[in-house]
Every structure is written in C-alpha cells, then in structure tokens.
Design a protein around this ligand. Structure first.
Ligand code: SF4
Ligand code: SF4
Ligand code: FES
Length: 947
C-alpha cells in the first residue's frame, strides 16, 4: 500500500537519480526520502518515528546521516535522512564518525528511561527497539539514576499496555488518530513525561487498534491474546495465508507452535492490505484452536442414542453408501468460508442442479448480478491501492467500516488526496507528514455517502445522506439520469441539490470511484450502482469501482450461479428449504455452513427432519453439525492449502501453516474418491475447465512441483539466533519430530533455507523469514518491504503465489447497459417496516466469532429506530418489539437513534439474514419484557396470534 498516497504521483519508474553513499554510487527512485532510499538499498540505518505508510515527522533524531555539499567538502553536516529529499548527485555518509557518534548518543538518551526488561518483554527477540539499539551501537548502559515510571491502563481484550517501555516516538498516536481517524488514544503530558494512552482506562475503539503492537517500535502495546499462549518468535512456524473473514482477501502470516495457532501478523501486499489488517483479521483465529473442533469422523447411532467414532475408511464407506441414491435425491450445500477447491469438489459430486449455495437467495441474486456485470460491462473492481489513488468517491448503501474494514481505511487515506495535491503545489513532499497535515488542515477529497444509518466515515464525508432504500433509489435515479445527460450531451433535467453535488464532484475528479455492496440485499440499488459506475466510466475512463461482497469466498459462489444456465441455476438457502420440504431428498451434504445462522430454527428443524441422511463436513461442531448422521472433520484454513477469490476478483493462494491433526482432511479430500479426482492438481484443472474465468487457478496446480524444483526446502521462520524454548520444560526438554510437508515449498522443521536465500532454491519467498536479514529481527523489518518498487529483487513482488491473479479485466467491447429505469420497489403496508442490517465486524463473521476477545467486543443486539418513527409506532425507549416476516421472527429491544433513517429499523446482521428486508412490527407489552431477552428468539406464533 502506498505510503501517504504516494501513488497519486505519476508512476514513473524512470524517475531515478544517482547518489553516492559512503563512496558507492547508487541509483534510486527520486520521490522517496533519503531514509527510504537507504533502506531500499539494503543499508542499515536505524530509525523509529518514520513509517512507510505514515511518512516522516523527524522527531526521534535516530536516522541522522552526514551530507556533503560536494566532493571537496570533508566536514559535511548532519541531516535527518527521513526529512531529506533526494537530489541528483547528492553525497552522504552513514559510516562516518560524526553521524555514527550522533546516533550512538541519541539512542543512549532515548534508552535512559527504558526498563531494559527484554527477557520478560513479549517483544524480546522480535523488537525494533532491540534491533535499532544494537544498530546504533548502544551496548553499555552508563546512566545509573532513577527511571521515570508510569501506571498502565486496561485497553480492552486485544492489547496489553506497558508504558514504561515508551521511547516517545509518537508513531502510535499518529497511526491511531491521523491514519485511522480514531480519537480515543492520545498523548498527554510534556517534555520527558509523555503518556501515550486513553484519558482513562477503557477499551480502545479503533477497528485497527491491534496494529499498535506492530506500529509501536517497543513493547508498550503487545498482543494480548498472543500473551495467553505465548511463544517466542523463533519458536513459531509460519506460512503465508489469506484472511478468511471478510471479502477483501488481506494477506496474513499465521504462526503456530505445537499444533495451535499463536498469532497472526500482517503480510505486506502492496495492492491489498499494505501494512495493516483490521482487528478481525488479526485476532480472528481462535476457531482453529477451539475445543469444539472436530477431530474424527462421527456417526449418529439412533439405536443406542450415541455418537460413534469411525475410522476414515468406515466414514468413506458410509459416505459412498449415502451417495448411492438416484442423482436427484442427493443434494449439497456449498460454503462461503471454505476454499474454492472444496466447493468445486462438492459441485462435481452432485452436479449443478443439486448444488445449493450456502447463502440466502437474495444474496445469490446480487452476486449473480455482480458477476454478470464483470463479464459484460466495462467495469472491473480496482485494488485497495488504486482506491487510495482516487480523488472523489460515492459510497452506496454499504457500511464498509464494518463489512470491509480495510477498504474503509484505504478510503480514509484517499480522502487526503486533495490536501496532498495542495501541498505538492507548494513543493511539500507527500512523505513530509507534519508539513502536509499543517497545510491541508481540513482539505478533503469529496466523499458522498448514501446510507440508511450514519456510518463511522461521516467525519470525512462531504455529504452523509441518510435515507431509506426507496429514497436512495430516487436519488440514484437522478444521478444516473444526470450522468446520462452528460454522456449524451443532453440538457439536464432538474434534480435535487444532493444529486447535482455528487455528479459535479465525480465528473470533476480525475479518478472518480463508486463503492457499493451486497450488505442490504437490495438488487435495485446494486443495479443502479452498476449503471452509475458504468456510465461514469464511459465519461471518465479512470473511474474506479468496488463492490464489497460478504465473505471470504462468496464471490466464487456467485460465479457458480452465474455460470449455469438460467433454468439449472444453483440457488440459495431459501430454495433449499423448499426443496427439503418437498420430501424428496434422501441425502443432504452440507459443507462448512451453519444453516441455523441463515434460516429460522423451527422451519429448518422441520425441513431437516424430512431428510433421510445428513452429512456435514465442517471444522466445528456447529448447530447444523449436531443434526448430522455423519460428520466428516474438516481442516481449517491453517491446516490446508487452497484458493480464495476476493471481491476485487483477486484469486489468491493460501498455504497451510501446520499439518492436520488427528483424522481431519480437507473437504475435497473427503470427496476425492467419490468424484474420481484423487489429486489436487487434477481437481484444480477441472475447476479451470469448469470456470473459464478461473483459468489462472491452473498456476496453483503446480503445487507439488516445488518438490521437483529443488530438494531444498524453505524454513517457516527466520534464521534462529537462539535454541528453541522447551514448551514443557517442567517435564522434559524434547520437541516432537515435526511432520514432513509434501505439499509446497516449505519445511515444518526449523531447519531449511532461510531469509533472502529462499529465492535461490524455490521460486517463492514470502515468509517473515524473507524479511529477515542480519540485524533486522523484528516484524518491522517487513516495513522495509515494498519501499522501493523499482528494484524487484525479490520474486515475492511478482509471483502469483504471493500476489495472486486478478481475474476480471475491463471488456474491450462492453455491453451498453445504458440507463434502465426499470427498478420497482416493494410496497409495504402500514404494519410493515423496512429493515436494514446493522453490520458489526466483531459479530458478523462466523469463524471470527469463535475468538473470545473479538466476541467480547460484539455490541448488544438492538433494534435501532429513529425517534420520530418510534413515536409513530408509539414505542418507548428500551421497549421490546417483535419483528416477524414470512421467513422468521425475532424479539429485540429498541434503541432510539437519530442517526437512523426514518421509517426503517436497523437490526443486527444475523437477524437481518433470517428476517429479510421487511417485517411486521408488534410492540410487546411491558410485562413481557422480562420474559424475552434481546438475544432470545420468540416462540412460533399460535394460530390465534397469527390471525
Ligand atoms: S507507545 Fe510506542 S509508538 Fe507510542 S510513542 Fe511510545 S514507543 Fe512510540
Ligand atoms: S477481515 Fe477483511 S479487512 Fe479485516 S483483515 Fe480480514 S480480509 Fe482484511
Ligand atoms: S526516523 Fe528520522 S527522525 Fe525519526
């Protein structure tokens, strides 16, 4: 990800200058600062306050170098390299006595109050301060006076706070306040009595607070869930993987020891997540270690009312028996949270007509619309880095702060582009962070948001227009017709001032952007968003488009639906329910989907009771798995390899971090005998044939070829500078023999080719080990990755294994959508109310919700209602209401909220998925309040009530 939106500047890789560093000549990219240039050349220069994503403020004084006026100048002068622009022919020295002495004195002063508690600090061995102290040559401590001490704060379940370790570099507040736009962390005090924390103890509010553990160069903020199952960095085994939760496909490193995942760290990807992940991505891994993980095949024994453990062979035999029914009597449900290959194997087993998507029908329809748009129109989604380059945006009906948090962070950086342009005109470089912020102040690029509840991006919005979906439709129609008028050079029809302002800003922009999504299950709004983006693209070729989908792999399910012919199209769970109720299904195979999250419990219980045998392939004992006759334990994404398709259309490969435990297998492996595709490569080739758009997946069929390419394996962790820490030292100091990984280029042992040598033996180099080099042991060594885009010395910057492959590209002859005013709304009667989902990143992603720390941050389930609408319904604050649709019913407590659109009620996503887009509202009498908790489902209505 670009630092400080540097990508806004022209991408000119020829823009190189020459400079001399310690008598060596180098050629570097001109737009960086001197520190960046030195780091990108692999030189050792210590720094603290500079960060590649946040630019320079020149506060720590650690990056001093000597600059000479010319070759005759022998004295030179000290400059802070992070604040020094590059000029042609500049001569500098890092190794001269003067700058070395300065850095040594400076780090000694910085360390005066540091507790030097490395042996008990969780950063120990993985600490930027340790690395920089040694690099700065501060070896002996001379200060013997008292050290300044602080009290620590409780900051919530994600981070520990140990303020005594602070070196006052200001990175934390700059990240928290300037980069993320959150306000509850600040710096207090003055001079050497600075305190970085909250005004009072309490949970940090930012969705990105977990990154402080990486942003802080010392151990002030450390990863709290990691503390609970701590392991030193050198004892971890890591692998490059993809975050499975939302649809953005952020790149992560998973670290495991002894078969349990210990932590997740950011894996730098220039085009996707850059340097940061959201909290869900960082901490949403506890499902892998969960005590409800399934380990053996299980069979329900109805006779003895027990559950019997089976061997894998017995399970396979039973599965064959269950599948031995007339084809149409065996149906299957695919999953949004599993690898593409697993869904493909299931699709191959049952065939298109018997395959149901593990999402509701509306969701399937929207994904289908989106996939068609990518096939037929000029639109293709852009990357998050490209989002950061845009200079005006329209967000339509998607709360990206919760459904796609990392995208919201990119949009926040995008909002700075108008200010950066202003600064650039005055000759201020994009990386001079303080100067840029001083000049730009409140100058923001235009962002218009149409939403049904004011979102957390409203502080950077030009307009945050809170409307019902019907009102949004009208406004979008105005925007669409205005754009069409511009396109056809026709006279404009009179439209609202909001529509005019939006169109003016989009047309004036160089890189306009339209963001939308499927969160609201509103086909007409999605169709209009596509039409608007398509028309805008005809007007402005640089128009960007991003449609957020809802889970790690739901776009692939959309592709399954789109690929089939209209009549035999795979459908969602509403259609599944009808099919089950038809009573013709003998075998139902459910892949990694907890149906109870989507469908009404009572309706689903009834439907499942009509099926002869239910097979569930899943990682966890979900409510659906508890209904199964046969359970096949599946590997998690940490134990198996496979592909994800992000909402950007980036096909990415996720490596396994550890070997499967007990009898777990990847779902496609459970099915491989049935489908007659015994190997991964064969399955992948079948996927490529079946889905021509996924042709790029063939690259990953080469997985096992890594073994042929070289007998040397790549270590899963950086070079070790210590022996292992005995995990059960009280009993013994032996470590079990690690398994051998036959798939892929990595070894499970600590031994192997490490660091920069990886690319010599395998065409891949993606681990933290790759970021290691002598003197750079902390994870922040990774912050040097991507600093210089011109060198491309590492295959990790170009390999499809690490960069993924974008499968959608703009069509050369797109279908002309034109503007179709064909969208009609559902009319509601006076007892019905429109529902909207209230998304939450800690509550909505199924696998992440197994992480205790994240679950504790999930909000109380409430129905948000505008006070005026509440008055219309004669509701009191905190009153219980019942919402009932033809799909389900729930009881919730009311919260009056003037940020909610009138005439709508916003409810938690899980309830919205069950109810749909409208419901009948019944206020519950006061006496019933104590009987019905907000979390609890009401009983089915009696016939009398129903009437
Ligand atoms: S808490 Fe960490 S990031 Fe913040 S100023 Fe102190 S050392 Fe720097
Ligand atoms: S949940 Fe989404 S935004 Fe967060 S790290 Fe994962 S993919 Fe990225
Ligand atoms: S990194 Fe240059 S002054 Fe801090």
């Amino acid at each position: 990800m670009s630092s400080s939106n540097q990508s806004l500047l022209p991408e000119n890789t020829d823009n190189l200058i020459s400079l001399t560093i310690d008598n060596q000549s180098y050629s570097v990219e001109k737009r960086q600062n001197l520190l960046q240039a030195c780091l990108s050349l692999g030189l050792d220069l210590p720094y603290f306050c500079w960060h590649p994503a946040m630019g320079s403020v020149g506060s720590c004084r650690q990056c001093a170098v000597t600059q000479y006026q010319n070759s005759e100048d022998t004295r030179g002068r000290l400059v802070m390299s992070c604040m020094t622009p590059l000029t042609e022919g500049m001569i500098i020295s890092l190794k001269d006595d003067k700058s070395q002495q300065f850095r040594e004195t400076n780090i000694e002063a910085i360390m005066t109050n540091h507790p030097h508690d490395c042996p008990v600090c969780e950063e120990g061995g993985n600490c930027h301060l340790q690395d920089m102290t040694l690099m700065g040559k501060h070896i002996n401590r001379r200060y013997s006076g008292k050290k300044r001490t602080h009290l620590n704060q409780f900051l919530g379940p994600l981070l520990n706070h140990e303020m005594n370790r602070c070196i006052g570099c200001y990175r934390c507040v700059r990240f928290y306040r300037d980069y993320c736009g959150d306000k509850d962390l600040n710096v207090f005090g003055s001079k050497s009595h600075l305190y970085f924390g909250r005004a009072e103890s309490g949970v940090l509010q930012s969705h990105f607070s977990g990154n402080l553990a990486q942003v802080c160069p010392t151990g002030v903020f450390t990863d709290k869930p990691f503390s609970h199952h701590y392991s030193r960095k050198w004892d971890l085994q890591t692998a490059p993987a993809i975050c499975p939760h939302c649809s953005l496909g952020c790149n992560i490193n998973l670290g495991q020891r002894s078969g349990s995942i210990r932590r997740i760290t950011n894996r730098h990807h220039d085009e996707v997540n850059g340097h940061f992940l959201c909290n869900t991505g960082l901490f949403g891994y506890e499902h892998i270690n969960h005590n409800e993980r399934l380990e053996w095949p299980l069979k329900r024994n109805n006779e003895h009312k027990t559950t019997d453990k089976l061997t894998p062979e017995q399970a396979q035999t039973l599965l064959t028996e269950y599948c031995d029914t007339p084809n149409e009597n065996c149906i299957a449900v695919g999953s949004v949270r599993t690898h593409i290959e697993n869904n493909a194997a299931l699709l191959r087993l049952v065939g298109q007509q018997q395959f149901y998507l593990g999402i509701d029908d509306n969701h399937a329809q929207l994904l289908n619309k989106l996939c068609s748009a990518y096939q037929e129109t000029s639109l293709s989604p852009i990357s998050l880095a490209e989002v950061e380059r845009c200079d005006a945006a329209l967000i339509i009906n998607e709360d990206i702060t919760h459904t796609a948090p990392r995208l919201a962070l990119s949009l926040r950086q995008m909002s700075r582009n108008a200010g950066l342009k202003k600064a650039a005109k005055l000759g201020i470089k994009y990386w001079q962070d303080d100067a840029v912020r001083n000049i730009t102040q409140t100058t923001l690029s235009p962002i218009h948001i149409l939403e049904s509840h004011r979102s957390e991006l409203s502080d950077i919005a030009t307009q945050s227009i809170v409307l019902t979906s019907d009102e949004q439709t009208l406004l979008l129609q105005e925007i669409a017709s205005l754009l069409t008028a511009h396109l056809n050079s026709q006279a404009e029809q009179p439209v609202s001032s909001e529509a005019k302002a939006i169109v003016n800003d989009l047309i004036a922009a160089e890189y306009p952007l339209v963001i939308t999504g499927v969160q609201h299950r509103d086909l007409k709004l999605l169709s209009l968003s596509i039409e608007i983006a398509d028309t805008l693209k005809r007007l402005k070729q640089n128009t960007g488009f991003y449609a957020v989908t809802q889970a790690g792999n739901d776009l692939h399910l959309g592709m399954i639906a789109t690929n089939s012919d209209q009549q035999n199209r795979s459908q969602g769970l509403d259609s599944l329910l009808k099919r089950l109720n038809s009573g013709t299904v003998e075998t139902l195979i459910i892949l990694e989907t907890d149906l109870y999250r989507y469908l009404d419990k009572f309706q689903l219980d009834d439907a499942l009771n009509q099926v002869k045998q239910i097979v569930v392939i899943d990682q966890l004992l979900t409510r659906t798995a508890a209904m199964a006759d046969l359970i096949l334990p599946a590997t998690s994404f940490a134990e198996s390899y496979g592909c994800y398709l992000s909402s950007e259309g980036r096909l990415q490969f996720s490596f396994a971090t550890m070997a499967p435990i007990e009898e777990r297998l990847a779902p496609w492996q459970w099915l491989s005998t049935q489908i007659g595709t015994p190997s991964y490569s064969e399955l992948v080739l079948w996927v490529s044939e079946r889905f021509p758009q996924l042709k790029a997946i063939e690259t990953f069929a080469e997985l096992t070829r890594f073994n042929e390419l070289s007998p040397f394996r790549v270590a899963r962790q950086a070079v070790r500078s210590s022996s292992r820490t005995a995990i059960d030292a009280v009993e013994h100091v032996k470590e079990e023999q690690p398994p051998i990984d036959l798939n892929g280029p990595f070894t499970h042992s600590m031994e192997g080719v490490a660091g920069f040598r990886q690319t010599l033996v395998q065409p891949i180099s993606v681990l933290p080990a790759d970021q290691w080099s002598p003197k750079w042991n902390s994870d922040q060594a990774g912050s040097r990755v991507g600093v210089n885009h011109t060198r491309e010395q590492s295959s990790s910057t170009t390999s499809p294994w690490t960069q993924g492959v974008r499968i959608f590209s703009p069509k050369s002859q797109p279908k002309d959508l034109g503007y179709q005013q064909t969208h009609s709304s559902v009319r509601l009667d006076s007892e019905q109310v429109r529902l909207t989902p209230s998304a939450n990143l800690y509550a909505d992603f199924e696998l992440a919700s197994y992480s205790k720390a994240l679950a504790s941050l999930a909000p109380q389930k409430l129905a948000r209602i505008h006070p005026e609408t509440a008055r219309k319904w004669q509701l009191e604050e905190s009153q219980q209401i019942r919402l009932r649709s033809d799909r389900s019913q729930v009881a919730l407590e009311c919260l009056f909220d003037s940020n909610q659109a009138k005439n709508t009620i916003s409810i938690p996503t899980c309830d919205f998925r069950q109810l749909g887009t409208w419901a009948r509202l019944t206020p519950l009498p006061a006496q019933k309040r104590s009987e019905t908790s907000t979390q609890e489902r009401v009983q089915p209505l009696s016939n009398e009530e129903e009437r």
